[in-house]
Design a protein around this ligand. Sequence first.
Ligand SMILES: Nc1ncnc2c1ncn2[C@@H]1O[C@H](COP(=O)(O)OP(=O)(O)OP(=O)(O)O)[C@@H](O)[C@H]1O
Ligand SMILES: [Mg+2]
Length: 245
Amino acid sequence: MLELKNIHYVVHEGDEELHILNDVSLTIDDHKLVVFTGPNGGGKTTLAKIVMGLVTPTSGQIIWNGQDITELGITERAKLGISYGFQQPPRFKGLTVKDLLTLASGNQKLSKDMCCQYLTKVGLCANDYLDREVDVSLSGGEVKRIEIASILARNSDLMIFDEPEAGIDLWSFARLTETFEHIHHTGNATMIIISHQERIISLADEVIVVGDGTIRHRGSAQEILPQILADTLGGCPVLTKEVKA
Ligand SMILES: Nc1ncnc2c1ncn2[C@@H]1O[C@H](COP(=O)(O)OP(=O)(O)OP(=O)(O)O)[C@@H](O)[C@H]1O
Ligand SMILES: [Mg+2]
């Protein structure tokens, strides 16, 4: 179980104090699929990075399976079974896709067949990619899918995906959605998926809407989706104003 207790994240820009996250508390039970959604700049990525240990909260606690991990670094958290796929994945010059999957899986003898299985889950063919370097020669969508495959290879207890749909074509997106559904149904992992996609939101056991650094709403997809759509219309003057001929 993951628990966030009273998380605040404040940064200083000149004389100004920016409250990026304001007293966020939440609990995510094991084997749930939870989607974080909400407006751009709302604090979703920051929250995910705080769970992974990439960002240190100003105050608050992170508890994973009963253990306080607030002071632990990224590597220690990874060893405890937490993984995070970046919104914009880093590239690793000199490292091939096979190296990356091997490292992620922790299995020095990861077979080509296993690599192929991970890559197929994100709609890639191993023959075309295994020996490619994870460098700038890969397209945005390719590098994103390869990173997701590496998270799948890591097979962590808690997998966090930050906008996995970003830049991914429709065919690969369909494959990816099936993969999330499969992981969810086998009950092997807890997943936090940050997403703006209705298709992914509809898979969630629970949807958490993060906005202005707080949790604005939480509930089932059936409850939350209509509210999001209503919010969107309410917030857009073009859509709500009467158009005069
Ligand atoms: N270190 C920082 N210094 C200044 N501002 C920051 C810092 N980190 C985050 N922010 C700001 O905090 C807000 C939340 O950022 P975050 O990346 O968490 O948003 P998000 O919900 O993931 O948005 P998106 O949907 O666009 O990915 C943004 O306005 C961002 O500019
Ligand atoms: Mg983000």
